[in-house]
Structures are given as C-alpha cells and as structure tokens.
Design a protein around this ligand. Structure first.
Ligand code: FMN
Length: 289
C-alpha cells in the first residue's frame, strides 16, 4: 500500500454544489477501488491524500492530474504504508476556513503564507501534523455521529427490544406532556378569567398579574420538558443546554412570584445562588458551542 499526497490550484472557485459533486465522484469511484483518504479545500487550493494499493492509487492520480478543473498538480509525498491514516473515509472532506487554519497548532504561519501547491512542496514537514489534525477531527465527527442513546440496532436482540420499548415509553411521555401543555393553556385562560371577573372587575392587580405570569411560565416549562423528552429519542444530542435552560426557567418562575414579605432570607439567598450557578453553566455551555 502507498499514501500519495498532492496539492493543486482550482481553475475557478468551487461552489458548495461543485464540491459536493466532486466528492460524490470521489467517494463512488474510491469505494470501488478501495482507496481512502482526505480532500482539503481552502483558498482555491486542493490538498488530497490517497491511500491504497500502489497501482490503483497511481492510476487514480493520473486521471486526477488530467482533470481540467484544477492546475499546478504537484506531488508532495508518496510513501509505502502498512496502515491507513483514514481507513473509514473513501474521501473525507474538509473545507477549512481562515479561523480554523490559524488555530491549528504549529501550522498557522504556513496557512497564512504558503497554502499553495508550491508552499506545500516547500514545507513537507507540515504534512505530518496536518494529517494528524485532520484525522482527529474526522474521528471526532464519527464518534459524535455514532453517539446514540438508545440505538435501534443492537447486536443483542433482547437489548434491542428493551431499547425499542423505552423509545415507545418516551413517545408516550411526550404525548402525555402535550396534554399537560394543553391543560396548562386552559389554566392560563381560567386564571385570567377568574382575575378579571373578581372585584375590581376587568382589572388586574399586581398580585393577579404575578399569578398569571406564573401560569404562563408553567406552560413554557412544560414545553421545555417536552423538548427534553423528544430530544432523548434523537441520536447525537445530549440535551445539557436544554436541561439547564429548563431549570433556569423553572427557578425564574419561582422568583417572579416570590412573596418577599413572608419568605425567609435563607430561602431567597439559596434561590439566588442556584440561579447564578445555572446562569454560569448555561453561559459556559453556550460558549463551548
Ligand atoms: C481536486 C480533485 C480531486 C479528485 N479526487 C478524485 C478521487 O479521489 N477519486 C476519483 O475517482 N476521482 C477524483 N477526481 C475526479 C477525477 O479527476 C475524474 O474526474 C474522475 O475520476 C472521473 O470519474 P468518472 O469517469 O467516474 O466520471 C478528483 C478531481 C479533482 C479536481
């Protein structure tokens, strides 16, 4: 087996559609030929790694060289390998933006000045770190994509049956939650109706308004919980942010209807502390995204 890498310049900028079409060809052809690798596109420059049987990689590279969509096709490296760096990708793809390029450790200067076929040829030492970076990025994507809380497919049929049962249970909970939301809406209407039909008629006092807000927020919390439930049956999502948001809303709801004259100071302080902790958590989760 060999690993061959080259860089080239696009004749004209590749639109997302053109890139997608190119990738489709690569993946179909390479899948048949058992070629794996990665294609990088940035600043009108392609950098591609092809791995596989020597003769197959060579002949594919020959047809790539003849492709009229790019020029200055420059061979960067060709070496024998015993193991593939991109075993799962018939052609992994990365369209790197300037921000990401400048953040790559040890590679930022290269990308600023030399992201061209000639630059790649002159700085072969960056190939190693670059491949390591791309590989870890692709591996991360695969692990995120394959994260599934309750997979429908499982090698053990009994576990699979259990997962299906839990999924059904979650769907039932979601249905119940919709009913709770509907009842909550009816409650909001009822609270408003009750307040305006009591003296003073057609007027809401501050206390009435606070109680009405409480009823509104209860419905919003129910909707958040519904979203939490449904997210559970989706793959790839751990709804940390939503859970924190729901908790924030629930505690805010309490704060809005606090009766400060009768509540002990410790209770109010503890609630404030929880609110601050949740706020910081939400901010951190948001920042990470
Ligand atoms: C930057 C670039 C990378 C390419 N990479 C591959 C590749 O990995 N595999 C492949 O079969 N074709 C690749 N191609 C396309 C080939 O040049 C050629 O169009 C294709 O192999 C023809 O396939 P077809 O006969 O199925 O149309 C690439 C083209 C460009 C411009």
């Amino acid at each position: 087996m060999i690993r061959l890498s080259y860089a080239s310049t696009a004749i004209k900028e590749f639109s997302p559609e053109n890139l997608l079409a190119l990738l489709k060809t690569c993946r179909t052809n390479n899948g048949v030929k058992n070629i794996t690798g990665i294609l990088l596109y940035s600043h009108d420059t392609f950098f591609q790694v092809l791995e596989g049987d020597e003769a197959t990689v060579e002949s594919t590279f020959e047809s790539i060289k003849k492709d009229k969509r790019h020029k200055d096709v420059t061979l960067i490296e060709k070496l024998p390998i015993t193991e593939r760096a991109f075993p799962y990708w018939s052609m992994g793809f990365e369209k790197l933006g300037s921000k990401e390029l400048s953040e790559m450790e040890g590679l930022n200067n290269f990308f600023e000045n030399d992201f061209t076929p000639a630059g790649f040829a002159a700085h072969k030492h960056i190939i190693g770190p670059l491949l390591a970076h791309l590989r870890s990025k692709l591996v991360k994507q695969v692990t995120v994509e394959s994260h599934e809380e309750l997979p429908m497919q499982h090698e053990d049929p009994f576990i699979q049956l259990l997962h299906r049962t839990i999924r059904l249970g979650v769907k039932f909970l979601a249905l119940l939650m919709v009913m709770v939301i509907l009842f909550g809406i009816i409650d909001v209407v009822y609270v408003i109706f009750e307040k305006i039909t009591q003296p003073p008629f057609m007027l809401l006092t501050i206390n009435d308004m606070l109680e009405t807000f409480g009823a509104f927020l209860a419905v919003l919390i129910a909707i958040e919980i519904f979203l939490n439930i449904t997210l559970y049956i989706r793959s790839d999502v751990i709804p940390v942010k939503l859970v924190v948001a729901t908790a924030l809303m629930a505690i805010s709801r309490k704060v809005i209807v606090f009766d400060y004259k009768h509540l002990p100071a410790e209770y109010v302080s503890a609630s404030a502390l929880v609110l601050v902790a949740l706020g910081i958590t939400y901010w951190l989760v948001q920042k990470k995204e």
